[in-house]
Design a protein around this ligand. Structure first.
Ligand code: ACO
Length: 429
Protein backbone atom coordinates (compact mmCIF):
# COMPACT_ATOMS: atom_id res chain seq x y z
CA UNK A 1 0.00 0.00 0.00
CA UNK A 2 1.35 3.44 -0.87
CA UNK A 3 2.13 5.66 2.07
CA UNK A 4 1.15 9.34 2.16
CA UNK A 5 4.64 10.51 2.93
CA UNK A 6 7.91 11.51 1.37
CA UNK A 7 11.19 9.76 2.21
CA UNK A 8 14.12 12.12 2.07
CA UNK A 9 17.75 11.11 2.34
CA UNK A 10 20.16 13.90 3.17
CA UNK A 11 23.31 13.01 1.25
CA UNK A 12 25.30 15.45 3.37
CA UNK A 13 24.75 13.30 6.46
CA UNK A 14 23.34 10.00 5.13
CA UNK A 15 20.29 10.46 7.41
CA UNK A 16 16.77 9.65 6.22
CA UNK A 17 13.52 11.42 7.09
CA UNK A 18 9.85 10.60 6.62
CA UNK A 19 7.82 13.73 5.80
CA UNK A 20 3.98 13.48 5.74
CA UNK A 21 2.23 14.49 2.50
CA UNK A 22 -1.20 16.11 2.96
CA UNK A 23 -3.36 17.62 0.19
CA UNK A 24 -0.46 17.23 -2.23
CA UNK A 25 1.86 19.30 -0.09
CA UNK A 26 4.54 18.85 2.53
CA UNK A 27 4.84 21.31 5.40
CA UNK A 28 7.90 23.45 4.75
CA UNK A 29 8.45 23.50 8.52
CA UNK A 30 8.87 19.70 8.52
CA UNK A 31 12.14 20.27 6.64
CA UNK A 32 13.59 22.25 9.52
CA UNK A 33 14.55 19.01 11.33
CA UNK A 34 16.97 18.22 8.47
CA UNK A 35 20.28 19.50 9.78
CA UNK A 36 23.96 18.87 9.09
CA UNK A 37 24.82 19.30 12.78
CA UNK A 38 23.43 20.80 15.96
CA UNK A 39 24.45 24.35 14.98
CA UNK A 40 22.66 24.17 11.64
CA UNK A 41 19.42 26.24 11.42
CA UNK A 42 17.75 23.48 9.42
CA UNK A 43 16.67 23.06 5.81
CA UNK A 44 14.43 25.68 4.20
CA UNK A 45 12.88 25.95 0.75
CA UNK A 46 13.88 28.77 -1.61
CA UNK A 47 10.84 29.97 -3.58
CA UNK A 48 11.00 33.57 -4.80
CA UNK A 49 7.56 34.78 -5.95
CA UNK A 50 5.98 31.70 -4.29
CA UNK A 51 5.70 29.85 -7.59
CA UNK A 52 5.39 26.47 -5.87
CA UNK A 53 4.38 27.30 -2.34
CA UNK A 54 0.83 27.20 -0.94
CA UNK A 55 0.60 30.03 1.60
CA UNK A 56 -2.84 29.03 2.88
CA UNK A 57 -5.70 26.57 2.73
CA UNK A 58 -8.72 28.13 1.04
CA UNK A 59 -12.30 27.20 0.19
CA UNK A 60 -13.11 30.20 -2.00
CA UNK A 61 -11.78 29.94 -5.53
CA UNK A 62 -10.55 26.95 -7.51
CA UNK A 63 -8.38 27.29 -10.59
CA UNK A 64 -7.01 24.56 -12.81
CA UNK A 65 -4.63 26.48 -15.05
CA UNK A 66 -3.94 23.62 -17.44
CA UNK A 67 -7.61 22.88 -18.06
CA UNK A 68 -8.69 26.55 -18.03
CA UNK A 69 -11.11 26.08 -15.09
CA UNK A 70 -12.19 28.83 -12.70
CA UNK A 71 -14.84 28.16 -10.01
CA UNK A 72 -16.05 30.36 -7.16
CA UNK A 73 -17.16 28.21 -4.21
CA UNK A 74 -17.54 25.32 -6.67
CA UNK A 75 -19.67 27.16 -9.22
CA UNK A 76 -18.11 27.44 -12.74
CA UNK A 77 -17.38 30.99 -13.85
CA UNK A 78 -19.23 30.38 -17.13
CA UNK A 79 -22.49 29.59 -15.29
CA UNK A 80 -22.13 32.50 -12.92
CA UNK A 81 -21.42 34.91 -15.80
CA UNK A 82 -24.46 33.58 -17.66
CA UNK A 83 -27.00 33.30 -14.85
CA UNK A 84 -25.97 35.38 -11.88
CA UNK A 85 -25.18 39.01 -11.12
CA UNK A 86 -22.23 40.65 -9.37
CA UNK A 87 -23.91 41.32 -6.04
CA UNK A 88 -25.12 37.71 -5.82
CA UNK A 89 -21.62 36.48 -6.70
CA UNK A 90 -20.10 38.79 -4.09
CA UNK A 91 -22.49 37.27 -1.53
CA UNK A 92 -21.48 33.77 -2.66
CA UNK A 93 -17.78 34.54 -2.38
CA UNK A 94 -18.13 36.15 1.02
CA UNK A 95 -20.63 33.75 2.59
CA UNK A 96 -19.78 30.49 0.83
CA UNK A 97 -23.31 29.81 -0.50
CA UNK A 98 -25.62 31.41 -3.04
CA UNK A 99 -28.20 33.58 -1.25
CA UNK A 100 -31.86 32.67 -0.96
CA UNK A 101 -34.19 35.30 -2.40
CA UNK A 102 -34.64 36.89 1.04
CA UNK A 103 -30.89 36.88 1.72
CA UNK A 104 -30.18 38.39 -1.70
CA UNK A 105 -32.68 41.18 -1.04
CA UNK A 106 -31.27 41.96 2.40
CA UNK A 107 -27.70 41.93 1.04
CA UNK A 108 -28.62 44.25 -1.86
CA UNK A 109 -30.43 46.56 0.58
CA UNK A 110 -27.44 46.66 2.94
CA UNK A 111 -24.96 47.38 0.16
CA UNK A 112 -27.22 49.96 -1.50
CA UNK A 113 -27.64 51.80 1.81
CA UNK A 114 -23.92 52.10 2.45
CA UNK A 115 -22.89 53.64 -0.88
CA UNK A 116 -22.72 57.21 0.42
CA UNK A 117 -19.33 58.47 1.55
CA UNK A 118 -18.64 60.95 4.33
CA UNK A 119 -18.63 64.49 2.94
CA UNK A 120 -15.10 65.01 4.30
CA UNK A 121 -13.84 62.35 1.88
CA UNK A 122 -14.71 64.80 -0.89
CA UNK A 123 -12.45 67.35 0.76
CA UNK A 124 -9.58 64.86 0.67
CA UNK A 125 -10.30 64.17 -2.98
CA UNK A 126 -10.11 67.90 -3.73
CA UNK A 127 -6.51 67.93 -2.50
CA UNK A 128 -5.38 65.88 -5.49
CA UNK A 129 -4.03 67.58 -8.60
CA UNK A 130 -6.42 67.80 -11.56
CA UNK A 131 -4.42 65.11 -13.42
CA UNK A 132 -4.01 62.63 -10.56
CA UNK A 133 -4.35 58.98 -11.61
CA UNK A 134 -7.73 57.68 -10.35
CA UNK A 135 -6.10 54.50 -9.03
CA UNK A 136 -3.76 56.61 -6.88
CA UNK A 137 -6.78 58.50 -5.59
CA UNK A 138 -8.76 55.32 -4.95
CA UNK A 139 -5.88 53.76 -3.04
CA UNK A 140 -5.54 56.84 -0.83
CA UNK A 141 -9.28 57.18 -0.28
CA UNK A 142 -9.62 53.54 0.78
CA UNK A 143 -6.76 54.03 3.25
CA UNK A 144 -8.41 57.24 4.46
CA UNK A 145 -11.65 55.38 5.25
CA UNK A 146 -9.80 53.70 8.13
CA UNK A 147 -9.71 57.08 9.86
CA UNK A 148 -13.48 57.49 9.47
CA UNK A 149 -14.27 54.09 10.99
CA UNK A 150 -11.89 53.57 13.92
CA UNK A 151 -14.03 50.63 15.14
CA UNK A 152 -12.71 48.74 12.10
CA UNK A 153 -9.67 47.97 14.23
CA UNK A 154 -11.85 45.42 16.06
CA UNK A 155 -10.88 42.75 13.59
CA UNK A 156 -11.69 39.94 16.04
CA UNK A 157 -15.32 41.11 16.27
CA UNK A 158 -17.40 39.37 13.54
CA UNK A 159 -20.10 42.07 13.62
CA UNK A 160 -17.52 44.82 13.06
CA UNK A 161 -15.85 42.83 10.29
CA UNK A 162 -19.16 42.34 8.54
CA UNK A 163 -19.98 46.05 8.79
CA UNK A 164 -16.67 47.09 7.21
CA UNK A 165 -17.13 44.47 4.49
CA UNK A 166 -20.53 45.89 3.52
CA UNK A 167 -19.14 49.42 3.64
CA UNK A 168 -16.19 48.60 1.42
CA UNK A 169 -18.19 46.66 -1.19
CA UNK A 170 -20.75 49.49 -1.21
CA UNK A 171 -18.39 52.48 -1.28
CA UNK A 172 -15.86 51.32 -3.85
CA UNK A 173 -18.00 52.34 -6.86
CA UNK A 174 -18.71 55.73 -5.26
CA UNK A 175 -15.01 56.37 -4.54
CA UNK A 176 -14.09 55.19 -8.04
CA UNK A 177 -16.66 57.41 -9.75
CA UNK A 178 -15.74 60.41 -7.59
CA UNK A 179 -12.05 59.94 -8.46
CA UNK A 180 -12.98 59.97 -12.14
CA UNK A 181 -15.22 63.01 -11.84
CA UNK A 182 -12.44 64.84 -9.99
CA UNK A 183 -9.96 64.03 -12.75
CA UNK A 184 -12.21 65.58 -15.41
CA UNK A 185 -13.34 68.49 -13.25
CA UNK A 186 -17.00 67.46 -13.17
CA UNK A 187 -19.30 67.72 -10.12
CA UNK A 188 -19.77 64.48 -8.20
CA UNK A 189 -22.96 62.50 -8.78
CA UNK A 190 -24.42 60.99 -5.62
CA UNK A 191 -25.57 57.36 -5.44
CA UNK A 192 -29.13 56.57 -6.51
CA UNK A 193 -30.70 53.84 -4.37
CA UNK A 194 -33.20 52.93 -7.09
CA UNK A 195 -30.47 51.67 -9.40
CA UNK A 196 -28.59 48.37 -9.43
CA UNK A 197 -24.98 48.15 -8.19
CA UNK A 198 -23.60 48.51 -11.73
CA UNK A 199 -26.34 50.86 -12.98
CA UNK A 200 -25.64 53.19 -10.08
CA UNK A 201 -21.91 53.10 -10.83
CA UNK A 202 -22.48 53.98 -14.50
CA UNK A 203 -24.80 56.80 -13.48
CA UNK A 204 -22.25 58.24 -11.00
CA UNK A 205 -19.59 58.04 -13.72
CA UNK A 206 -21.37 59.45 -16.73
CA UNK A 207 -24.46 61.42 -15.71
CA UNK A 208 -24.36 65.03 -16.88
CA UNK A 209 -27.24 67.32 -16.02
CA UNK A 210 -29.41 64.42 -14.85
CA UNK A 211 -30.28 63.16 -18.34
CA UNK A 212 -28.17 59.98 -18.37
CA UNK A 213 -30.10 56.75 -18.91
CA UNK A 214 -28.28 53.55 -18.05
CA UNK A 215 -28.21 51.26 -21.12
CA UNK A 216 -29.24 47.74 -20.01
CA UNK A 217 -26.71 46.06 -22.35
CA UNK A 218 -23.83 48.10 -20.92
CA UNK A 219 -25.12 47.64 -17.37
CA UNK A 220 -25.12 43.87 -17.90
CA UNK A 221 -21.66 44.01 -19.53
CA UNK A 222 -20.21 45.75 -16.47
CA UNK A 223 -22.03 43.24 -14.26
CA UNK A 224 -20.44 40.30 -16.13
CA UNK A 225 -16.99 41.91 -16.10
CA UNK A 226 -17.37 42.45 -12.35
CA UNK A 227 -18.33 38.76 -11.89
CA UNK A 228 -15.23 37.69 -13.82
CA UNK A 229 -12.97 39.87 -11.68
CA UNK A 230 -14.46 39.10 -8.26
CA UNK A 231 -11.76 36.70 -7.06
CA UNK A 232 -8.78 34.81 -8.37
CA UNK A 233 -7.30 33.01 -5.35
CA UNK A 234 -3.76 33.84 -4.24
CA UNK A 235 -2.70 36.42 -6.84
CA UNK A 236 -0.43 39.38 -6.07
CA UNK A 237 -3.08 41.72 -4.64
CA UNK A 238 -4.84 39.00 -2.64
CA UNK A 239 -1.51 37.93 -1.21
CA UNK A 240 -0.93 41.58 -0.31
CA UNK A 241 -4.36 41.67 1.39
CA UNK A 242 -3.61 38.54 3.37
CA UNK A 243 0.00 39.50 4.11
CA UNK A 244 -0.80 43.02 5.30
CA UNK A 245 -4.01 41.84 7.01
CA UNK A 246 -2.00 39.25 8.93
CA UNK A 247 -0.51 42.11 10.97
CA UNK A 248 -4.11 42.60 12.23
CA UNK A 249 -4.39 46.05 10.73
CA UNK A 250 -7.94 47.26 9.92
CA UNK A 251 -9.48 46.07 6.61
CA UNK A 252 -9.38 49.52 4.97
CA UNK A 253 -5.59 49.69 5.33
CA UNK A 254 -5.20 46.10 4.12
CA UNK A 255 -7.49 46.79 1.16
CA UNK A 256 -5.46 49.90 0.31
CA UNK A 257 -2.38 47.64 0.16
CA UNK A 258 -4.25 45.26 -2.14
CA UNK A 259 -5.26 48.19 -4.37
CA UNK A 260 -1.58 49.21 -4.51
CA UNK A 261 -0.60 45.71 -5.63
CA UNK A 262 -3.33 45.74 -8.25
CA UNK A 263 -2.04 49.06 -9.62
CA UNK A 264 1.09 47.41 -11.06
CA UNK A 265 1.31 46.91 -14.85
CA UNK A 266 1.89 43.17 -14.45
CA UNK A 267 -1.36 42.78 -12.51
CA UNK A 268 -4.42 45.05 -12.65
CA UNK A 269 -2.64 47.65 -14.75
CA UNK A 270 -2.33 45.20 -17.64
CA UNK A 271 -5.49 46.15 -19.55
CA UNK A 272 -4.40 49.78 -19.45
CA UNK A 273 -1.10 48.62 -20.97
CA UNK A 274 -2.97 46.57 -23.60
CA UNK A 275 -4.74 49.67 -24.85
CA UNK A 276 -1.54 51.71 -24.88
CA UNK A 277 0.16 48.89 -26.77
CA UNK A 278 -2.65 48.65 -29.35
CA UNK A 279 -2.53 52.42 -29.88
CA UNK A 280 1.22 52.31 -30.30
CA UNK A 281 0.98 49.51 -32.87
CA UNK A 282 -1.46 51.80 -34.66
CA UNK A 283 -2.63 49.54 -37.49
CA UNK A 284 -3.10 45.89 -38.47
CA UNK A 285 -0.15 46.19 -40.88
CA UNK A 286 2.28 46.80 -38.01
CA UNK A 287 1.26 43.73 -36.02
CA UNK A 288 3.77 41.31 -37.54
CA UNK A 289 6.65 43.73 -36.90
CA UNK A 290 5.52 44.18 -33.29
CA UNK A 291 5.35 40.42 -32.71
CA UNK A 292 8.89 40.16 -34.08
CA UNK A 293 10.02 42.86 -31.64
CA UNK A 294 8.45 40.95 -28.73
CA UNK A 295 10.20 37.74 -29.76
CA UNK A 296 13.64 39.28 -30.19
CA UNK A 297 13.60 41.57 -27.16
CA UNK A 298 14.68 38.87 -24.72
CA UNK A 299 11.59 39.35 -22.56
CA UNK A 300 11.89 43.14 -22.46
CA UNK A 301 8.94 43.90 -24.76
CA UNK A 302 5.90 41.86 -23.78
CA UNK A 303 2.67 41.28 -25.55
CA UNK A 304 0.47 42.82 -22.87
CA UNK A 305 -2.72 40.88 -22.09
CA UNK A 306 -0.98 37.64 -22.97
CA UNK A 307 0.32 35.03 -20.59
CA UNK A 308 -0.65 34.12 -17.08
CA UNK A 309 1.17 32.67 -14.11
CA UNK A 310 -1.52 30.04 -13.63
CA UNK A 311 -3.45 29.62 -16.91
CA UNK A 312 -1.29 27.74 -19.35
CA UNK A 313 -4.13 26.76 -21.67
CA UNK A 314 -6.61 29.61 -22.03
CA UNK A 315 -7.95 32.10 -19.52
CA UNK A 316 -11.66 31.10 -19.29
CA UNK A 317 -12.54 34.70 -18.46
CA UNK A 318 -11.05 35.87 -21.77
CA UNK A 319 -13.42 33.59 -23.70
CA UNK A 320 -16.51 35.06 -21.97
CA UNK A 321 -15.28 38.62 -22.47
CA UNK A 322 -14.53 38.09 -26.14
CA UNK A 323 -18.10 36.88 -26.72
CA UNK A 324 -19.55 39.82 -24.82
CA UNK A 325 -17.51 42.36 -26.77
CA UNK A 326 -19.79 41.96 -29.81
CA UNK A 327 -22.93 42.81 -27.79
CA UNK A 328 -21.28 45.92 -26.35
CA UNK A 329 -19.96 47.10 -29.72
CA UNK A 330 -23.49 46.85 -31.12
CA UNK A 331 -24.49 49.59 -28.69
CA UNK A 332 -21.31 51.67 -28.64
CA UNK A 333 -20.00 51.12 -32.16
CA UNK A 334 -16.95 49.01 -32.95
CA UNK A 335 -13.73 49.90 -31.19
CA UNK A 336 -11.25 50.52 -34.03
CA UNK A 337 -8.47 48.91 -31.97
CA UNK A 338 -10.37 45.60 -32.04
CA UNK A 339 -9.01 44.73 -35.48
CA UNK A 340 -5.45 45.16 -34.25
CA UNK A 341 -6.23 42.99 -31.20
CA UNK A 342 -7.79 40.23 -33.31
CA UNK A 343 -4.81 40.24 -35.66
CA UNK A 344 -2.38 40.12 -32.70
CA UNK A 345 -4.25 37.16 -31.23
CA UNK A 346 -4.39 35.37 -34.59
CA UNK A 347 -0.65 35.72 -35.28
CA UNK A 348 0.44 35.01 -31.71
CA UNK A 349 -1.67 31.84 -31.42
CA UNK A 350 0.02 30.45 -34.54
CA UNK A 351 3.53 31.45 -33.52
CA UNK A 352 5.99 28.93 -32.12
CA UNK A 353 7.32 31.44 -29.53
CA UNK A 354 3.90 31.87 -27.90
CA UNK A 355 2.82 28.24 -28.34
CA UNK A 356 5.99 26.93 -26.69
CA UNK A 357 5.60 29.24 -23.73
CA UNK A 358 1.85 28.60 -23.47
CA UNK A 359 1.00 32.26 -23.82
CA UNK A 360 -2.70 32.91 -24.48
CA UNK A 361 -4.90 36.00 -24.14
CA UNK A 362 -5.74 36.66 -20.51
CA UNK A 363 -8.72 38.48 -18.98
CA UNK A 364 -7.15 41.85 -19.74
CA UNK A 365 -6.72 41.42 -23.46
CA UNK A 366 -10.31 42.29 -24.39
CA UNK A 367 -11.71 43.90 -21.23
CA UNK A 368 -9.91 47.17 -21.98
CA UNK A 369 -11.44 47.37 -25.45
CA UNK A 370 -14.90 46.96 -23.99
CA UNK A 371 -14.34 49.50 -21.24
CA UNK A 372 -12.92 52.00 -23.72
CA UNK A 373 -15.87 51.58 -26.09
CA UNK A 374 -18.17 52.29 -23.12
CA UNK A 375 -16.42 55.59 -22.50
CA UNK A 376 -14.10 54.69 -19.63
CA UNK A 377 -10.67 56.32 -19.99
CA UNK A 378 -7.72 53.91 -19.76
CA UNK A 379 -6.67 55.38 -16.40
CA UNK A 380 -9.89 53.95 -14.98
CA UNK A 381 -9.18 50.36 -16.01
CA UNK A 382 -7.34 49.23 -12.87
CA UNK A 383 -10.03 51.00 -10.83
CA UNK A 384 -12.68 48.96 -12.65
CA UNK A 385 -10.78 45.86 -11.56
CA UNK A 386 -10.48 46.98 -7.93
CA UNK A 387 -14.23 47.51 -7.45
CA UNK A 388 -15.33 43.87 -7.90
CA UNK A 389 -12.11 42.38 -6.51
CA UNK A 390 -12.94 44.01 -3.16
CA UNK A 391 -15.39 41.20 -2.34
CA UNK A 392 -12.68 38.64 -3.12
CA UNK A 393 -10.05 40.43 -1.05
CA UNK A 394 -12.38 40.72 1.93
CA UNK A 395 -13.49 37.10 1.86
CA UNK A 396 -9.85 36.00 1.67
CA UNK A 397 -9.07 38.31 4.58
CA UNK A 398 -11.98 36.89 6.59
CA UNK A 399 -10.83 33.35 5.83
CA UNK A 400 -7.27 34.20 6.86
CA UNK A 401 -8.42 35.65 10.19
CA UNK A 402 -10.39 32.50 11.00
CA UNK A 403 -7.62 30.10 10.00
CA UNK A 404 -5.85 28.79 13.08
CA UNK A 405 -2.76 27.94 11.00
CA UNK A 406 -2.16 31.59 10.09
CA UNK A 407 0.13 33.97 11.89
CA UNK A 408 1.73 37.26 10.89
CA UNK A 409 3.27 36.74 7.44
CA UNK A 410 7.01 36.66 7.71
CA UNK A 411 9.03 34.84 5.03
CA UNK A 412 12.63 33.74 5.49
CA UNK A 413 15.60 34.76 3.35
CA UNK A 414 18.82 33.23 2.12
CA UNK A 415 21.45 35.68 3.32
CA UNK A 416 24.33 36.08 0.85
CA UNK A 417 25.78 39.40 2.10
CA UNK A 418 29.00 40.19 3.94
CA UNK A 419 30.03 38.25 6.99
CA UNK A 420 30.24 40.27 10.22
CA UNK A 421 32.95 42.97 9.95
CA UNK A 422 34.07 45.96 12.01
CA UNK A 423 32.86 49.49 11.25
CA UNK A 424 35.27 51.53 9.09
CA UNK A 425 35.58 55.26 10.01
CA UNK A 426 34.91 57.61 7.07
CA UNK A 427 38.54 58.80 6.82
CA UNK A 428 39.74 55.21 6.34
CA UNK A 429 37.26 54.15 3.61
N1 ACO B 1 4.79 38.50 -24.03
C1 ACO B 1 5.93 37.93 -24.46
N2 ACO B 1 6.60 37.02 -23.78
C2 ACO B 1 6.08 36.64 -22.59
C3 ACO B 1 4.88 37.18 -22.08
C4 ACO B 1 4.23 38.14 -22.87
N3 ACO B 1 3.09 38.69 -22.45
N4 ACO B 1 4.62 36.61 -20.90
C5 ACO B 1 5.60 35.75 -20.64
N5 ACO B 1 6.49 35.77 -21.68
C6 ACO B 1 7.68 34.92 -21.83
C7 ACO B 1 8.80 35.36 -20.91
O1 ACO B 1 9.67 36.28 -21.54
C8 ACO B 1 9.47 34.03 -20.62
O2 ACO B 1 10.26 33.69 -21.74
P1 ACO B 1 11.66 32.89 -21.57
O3 ACO B 1 11.25 31.54 -21.05
O4 ACO B 1 12.25 32.88 -22.92
O5 ACO B 1 12.46 33.68 -20.58
C9 ACO B 1 8.32 33.05 -20.56
O6 ACO B 1 7.31 33.63 -21.40
C10 ACO B 1 7.77 32.82 -19.17
O7 ACO B 1 7.45 34.08 -18.61
P2 ACO B 1 7.41 34.43 -17.08
O8 ACO B 1 7.55 35.90 -16.90
O9 ACO B 1 8.36 33.53 -16.34
O10 ACO B 1 5.96 33.96 -16.71
P3 ACO B 1 5.19 34.35 -15.41
O11 ACO B 1 4.26 33.26 -15.14
O12 ACO B 1 6.13 34.76 -14.33
O13 ACO B 1 4.44 35.70 -15.85
C11 ACO B 1 2.82 37.26 -16.42
C12 ACO B 1 3.08 35.84 -15.94
C13 ACO B 1 3.43 38.27 -15.44
C14 ACO B 1 1.31 37.50 -16.45
C15 ACO B 1 3.43 37.46 -17.83
O14 ACO B 1 2.88 36.52 -18.74
C16 ACO B 1 3.26 38.87 -18.36
O15 ACO B 1 4.08 39.75 -18.04
N6 ACO B 1 2.19 39.13 -19.18
C17 ACO B 1 1.93 40.44 -19.67
C18 ACO B 1 1.25 41.27 -18.59
C19 ACO B 1 -0.18 40.86 -18.38
O16 ACO B 1 -0.96 40.69 -19.31
N7 ACO B 1 -0.56 40.75 -17.10
C20 ACO B 1 -1.93 40.40 -16.70
C21 ACO B 1 -1.98 39.10 -16.02
S1 ACO B 1 -3.63 38.68 -15.65
C22 ACO B 1 -4.01 39.57 -14.30
O17 ACO B 1 -3.21 40.02 -13.52
C23 ACO B 1 -5.40 39.83 -14.09
Amino acid sequence: MSKSSLSITDNRTGKSYEIPVENGTIKAFDLRQIKVDGGDFGLMTYDPAFTNTASCKSRITYIDGDKGILNYRGYPIEELAERSNYLEVAYLIVHGELPTRAQAETWAYEVTHHTIIHENVKGLMEAFRYDAHPMGMLMSMVAALSTFYPEAKQIRDPASRRKQLVRLVAKMPTLAAFAYRHSIGMPYVYPDNDLSYCGNFLQMMFSVGGTYKVDPVLERAVDVLFILHADHEQNCSTSAMRGVGSSEVDPYSATAAAVAALYGPLHGGANEQVLRMLKEIGSKDHVAAFIKEVKTSGGEVRLMGFGHRVYKNYDPRAKIIKRMADQVFEVTGRNPLLDIALELERIALEDEYFIKRKLYPNVDFYSGLIYQAMGFPVDMFPVLFAIPRTSGWLSQWEEMLQDGDQRIARPRQVYLGSARRPFVPIESR
